[in-house]
Design a protein around this ligand. Structure first.
Ligand code: 25A
Ligand code: L14
Length: 338
């Protein structure tokens, strides 16, 4: 089997570290691996398959000689460097929001739309974490009967905002336990420990946040259906890993909870955890570090005719980011694109 020259850009970040773990645990065919980050990380070493690899500084020079690059260094870095890698004949799988809504850039969740990948599309966007875990559950239902409307409330873990955000929750919890003064929030606008913050990313003119509008636009693009109406409320919760979502959908024809469960039991990347009488339902503590998306609490939405309600939980750093990126790379190989 052919092996590939792989680079990870933003390797030291919360998502970058998971990218390394996914490449290793899924036995991705790696010929060589280069780790790139900002100057802050230069000189650090990271371990891949038992070997230490030095972290190098991202530059026009280190952007050469790769076949697949996984990016998670924020939108500004992606805007600047993804085209440089692509020009060097490298497929870029980009975790930031920089390219997602560009019409010519595929936005891919392999379970849903790996057919969007092609040889001439060197930059590929990895969707927003909350969108990814929602669409892997929506797609099998959409295939039974067209989804007309989605209402979703998210409960998003702090790791979505990066490594320093995890440190912030930890420091606040420690200060609380020791009865010490709360450190001043830095990554979040308010204390997140023992609190909820109904704002992720900036507010837009229509009073939704940018995160909420990403869910609206990206869902339509990935599902290939502009007519799906989506409304989201995104909330930060004091959880380290795994986003949760309460989802309500309306379909063209009625889908019974039994039929939905049956379809989801067969769906790739999805695990049904739905046995209320035994208190079985998905929770972030159980979903952390798992490579599937969990769905439970599947029931009829009694407030409308053709409605379903359910609860979706997945590790935002894995299926929401690093795992989906590596799965896109695997799909490129499977489809003989690379
Ligand atoms: O623009 P976006 O798309 O909204 O993304 C913004 C941020 O969100 C995270 C990621 O943060 C990103 O920077 N992110 C993006 N997509 C995500 C997703 N789907 C996502 N998080 C979750 N899900 P992060 O902290 O996880 O990772 C940052 C990584 O990017 C590298 N980087 C930053 N600037 C770079 C760069 N690489 C190359 N060139 C640049 N100019 C960054 O490397 C990290 O790998 P680093 O060397 O800057 O950081 C190494 C260590 O230093 C800590 N640190 C970072 N900033 C500071 C800091 N420590 C002190 N002070 C700082 N100001 C990091 O925690 C890391 O451990
Ligand atoms: O668009 O802060 O991929 O939880 C993912 C993490 C947006 C912010 C994205 C978070 C980011 C989100």
């Amino acid at each position: 089997m052919k092996k590939y020259k792989v680079a990870v850009v933003g390797a030291t970040g919360a998502v970058g570290q998971e990218m390394l773990k996914m490449l290793e645990s899924r036995n991705f065919p790696v010929e060589s691996l280069r780790l790139l980050a900002s100057e802050r990380s230069s000189g650090k070493k990271m371990v891949f398959k038992g070997k230490e690899i030095p972290v190098e500084v991202l530059s026009a020079e280190t952007a050469k000689g790769h076949e697949i690059a996984l990016f998670s260094a924020g939108a500004a870095i992606s805007k600047e460097y993804a085209p440089v890698f692509a020009k060097n004949n490298c497929f870029v799988i980009d975790n930031s929001s920089a390219w997602r809504m560009e019409p010519d850039i595929p936005l891919v969740v392999p379970e849903v739309n790996s057919s969007a990948l092609s040889k001439d599309k060197k930059i590929i966007a990895n969707p927003n974490c909350s969108t990814i875990q929602m669409v892997v559950v929506l797609k099998p239902l959409h295939d039974i009967s067209k989804i007309k409307r989605v209402v979703v409330a998210t409960y998003q873990a702090v790791s979505g905002a990066g490594g320093r955000a995890m440190e912030e929750l930890n420091a606040e919890a420690v200060a609380w336990a020791k009865n010490e003064p709360m450190p001043k929030p830095a990554k979040f606008p308010y204390q997140i420990a023992f609190n909820l913050i109904p704002q992720i990313d900036i507010f837009l003119e229509n009073s939704y946040t940018k995160e909420e509008i990403k869910m609206v636009n990206e869902t339509k693009k990935i599902m290939g259906d502009d007519s799906i109406r989506v409304s989201a409320t995104c909330v930060r919760v004091p959880v380290f890993r795994a986003h949760s979502e309460a989802v309500w959908i309306e379909t063209e024809n009625k889908i019974s909870p039994e039929k939905a469960r049956e379809a989801l039991l067969k769906a790739k990347g999805v695990k049904v955890q739905d046995d209320p009488s035994n208190k079985i339902y998905p929770m972030p503590l159980d979903a952390a570090n798992q490579q599937v998306t969990f769905v439970g609490r599947i029931r009829e939405d009694i407030s409308t005719d053709n409605g379903l309600a359910f609860w979706v939980v997945s590790d935002n750093l894995l299926k929401g980011a690093a795992l989906n990126a590596v799965e896109i790379a695997e799909a490129l190989i499977e489809r003989k694109i690379i």
